[in-house]
Design a binder for this molecule. Sequence first.
Ligand code: ATR
Length: 271
Amino acid sequence: MTDKYAVIGHPIGHSKSPFIHSEFANQCEQDMEYTAIEVPLDGLEPSLKQLRDILKLKGINITVPFKEQAWALANTLSERAKRAGAINTLIFNSDGTMHGDNTDGAGLCRDLLNHHVELKDQRILILGAGGAARGVIQPLLSQQPQAVVIANRTIDKATQLADAFSDMGNITGGGFDDITGQFDLIINATSASLQGEVPALSARILSPDTSCYDMMYGEKDTAFIRWAKQHGVKKTMDGLGMLIEQAAEAFFLWRHEKPDTQAVIKLLKKA
Ligand code: ATR
């Protein structure tokens, strides 16, 4: 019987995950089906039961706005998911339990590696202190950067987030005005790009070798990527690669096989 998977969210119409996972399945000759399912905003728990017990899915990906709620509903969590406070992947075990994991941070690190961006001993600035930032901090710290600084519009959220991970490495938080020094890598984890905005940053934080990464992506450069290019940043990346790499990590959890992500990145860029 064909194994069934899905991505759930609200809205979910524009999700690229069904395309990505069907490409992975073809590549790896895996007998599986992957669809996108919109779940009512107030109906996550009954929907999970339905997906598991009636539709007999083997696993799901979870996207906005359910990642935190699903984290609370999972029976067991991976270590990285525990720290992230959110999950993007669930495995429905045969005994009916749900295991949650978060592959976003691993996907980001993998994409950075693909772009030959070093993390070890580097100075990394994360913009934003919401769910997207929280989800990637543990995997970034595990690469042993020299320092991670979280800067956010609401300063308290940045300091609290840094405190929550301070046992793992050199991590501090503050406001955009508190940022001092230059960074090797700046990651935009705010949702400002959705409104076409850029956090209020001084170009003094850039060096000639700074790389800039926006976790968002679009057909055109995001406002943050435009800001970086305007200030002479040579290496800019958007979140399309992270999307595909987090999917590959989820595919691996379900199917125990690593697909060739570069082929799928090329296809999506062409589309
Ligand atoms: P997500 O799950 O995408 O992280 P979120 O938890 O709502 O969503 O967090 C959004 C992040 O983007 C927050 O860090 C938010 O800053 P505040 O905590 O001050 O609200 C940040 N953000 C959103 N719009 C922004 C803007 N126009 N300029 C700067 N930061 C912005």
